[in-house]
Design a binder for this molecule. Structure first.
Ligand code: PMP
Length: 465
């Protein structure tokens, strides 16, 4: 249906190139224009209400109408709307936020570097690793390891760390030939051998990592390992028991840094303050964004431990100034909003809330959907979950991609008042605002259930036709 002339939809089609959107199909389908938000809900131009099952992009942790964040931004705008942090310039919001992050870190951290997005933070962390090893006279120690299906962002270095084919193929990624090594996805449901326990599977993955490190030149050439505690955009993949303990033992042996990407998992999502705490990870570098400011303004952070900081400090005399940073690194208004966000998390004990409501969401999802004919696996921890669709529960086979089952479920979800997200293999992601209540979880899952049932009916009808 062609939208009316001069409508927002028509003007969007005429002018906007959307991220992660089929550009050609968009000319026909047009946008869903959102006008306002309240709590866990958003509203479109027609006033239709939706529950945001993804908190936008796994990020609007405090929902869509937090007045304290508005006030924090307004106050800072009036006081000092912009200043930068190059050449030793500073301001109080950035200093306060750095201090607060270090106090809350899951392992001893020394310094914080600020960016605007998760991608920038991962690029910055990678440059820190390379810069530091140059400074320390280890120019060959540059190879970095990440997992297939990982998502670390879309700028070229972050996209190179990412392990999803769609982010590589048409973008000439990975860059810097041979420095990016992708290893196995820790997804027991698909990747384990028949009868292999979670622990045995984790042991095998750690052994495979070690074999690859040796093949790539061992401690001399291998610098760091990147991981999301729970893989998000790859399909919400929760690692098997003992996985990170075993991986970390291998990294220690080869003097490699652990970079934890907490862009989704940080700030309560998994039921602990950090995903690193849920999975017993001791990071050397921690990357966070999204819920850092409840996404009301763009800001990201890279925390580094003392060893990494000393390496970077060495660089200033060895190879020249740490010549890296963004105009908006530590932007005062974004920092003020992040400070207020962290205060709200503390005052409302958001982590305990996420753990309690998360346990309810996990149990309800399994109770309602595990036996659904279209559902292969329900997985997740805390307030992050995935439902993977299947055409054959026993064989764990995906639905024929030509059926576009995930995209259709999103569309049916919209009709039923819930915003969903489909990822690889028609895995549906759930990451609602952390403020969601148990009643709202039930309401969200009612709408999901209705949409799943409708999809099952449609698919059955098509297979008979
Ligand atoms: N890392 C992870 C784990 C992410 O989920 C994302 C974004 N979804 C990023 C990095 C990139 O963040 P951004 O989109 O802010 O660049």
């Amino acid at each position: 249906m062609t939208p009316p002339r001069n409508s927002n939809a028509a003007r969007d089609i005429a002018n906007v190139l959307h991220p992660y959107t089929d550009a050609k199909a968009h000319l026909q389908n047009g946008p869903l224009v959102i006008t306002r938000g309240k709590g866990v809900r958003i509203y479109d131009e027609q006033g239709k209400e939706y529950i945001e099952a993804l908190a936008g992009l796994w990020c609007a942790s405090l929902g869509f109408d937090n007045e304290r964040l508005v006030q924090a931004a307004t106050n800072q705008m009036r006081k000092l709307p912009f200043y930068h942090s190059f050449t030793a310039k500073s301001h109080e919001p950035m200093i306060d936020l750095a201090e607060m992050l270090i106090e809350r870190a899951p392992a001893p951290m020394s310094k914080v570097f600020f960016g605007n997005s998760g991608s920038e933070a991962n690029d910055s962390a990678l440059k820190m690793v390379w810069y530091m090893n140059n400074a320390l006279g280890r120019p060959k120690k540059k190879k970095v390891f990440a997992r297939l299906k990982a998502y670390h962002g879309i700028t070229l270095a972050a996209a190179s760390l990412t392990g999803l084919p769609a982010n590589h193929k048409l973008f000439d990624a990975p860059i810097a030939g041979g420095r990016f090594c992708h290893v196995g996805t820790p997804h027991h449901y698909h990747e384990a051998k028949p009868g292999e326990t979670e622990e045995a599977f984790a042991t095998r993955l750690a052994e495979e990592l070690e074999a690859r490190i040796i093949e790539e030149g061992g401690a001399e050439e291998c610098a760091a390992f990147w991981a999301e505690p729970v893989m998000g955009a790859g399909g919400v993949i929760v690692p098997p028991k003992t996985y990170f303990e075993k991986i970390q033992a291998v990294l220690k042996k080869y003097d490699m840094l652990f970079v934890v990407d907490e862009v989704i998992c940080g700030f309560g999502r998994t039921g602990n303050y950090w995903g690193a705490q849920t999975f017993n990870i001791q990071p050397d570098i921690l990357v966070c964004a999204k819920a850092l400011s409840s996404s009301y303004l763009p800001i990201s952070a890279v925390m580094v431990n003392e060893t990494v900081f000393q390496g970077i400090a060495e660089g200033s005399s060895a190879v020249g100034t740490w010549g890296h940073g963004f105009t908006y690194s530590g932007h005062p208004v974004a920092a003020a909003v992040a400070i207020e966000t962290l205060r709200i998390y503390d005052e409302t004990n958001i982590v305990a809330h996420a753990a309690e409501v998360g346990a309810h969401m996990q149990a309800e999802m399994r109770r309602r959907f595990a036996d659904h004919p279209l559902v292969g696996e329900v997985r997740g921890v805390g307030l992050i979950a995935g439902i993977e669709l299947t055409s054959d529960k026993a064989a764990r086979k995906p639905i024929d991609p030509a059926k576009k089952a995930g995209a259709r479920l999103c569309k049916l979800g919209e009709e039923n008042g819930v915003i969903l997200r489909a990822m690889m293999n028609d895995s549906m992601g759930f990451s609602p605002p952390l403020i969601i209540t148990k009643d709202e979880v039930n309401e969200m899952l009612d709408r999901v259930g209705k949409s799943l049932d409708a999809l099952a009916v449609d698919l059955r009808r098509e297979s008979i036709a």
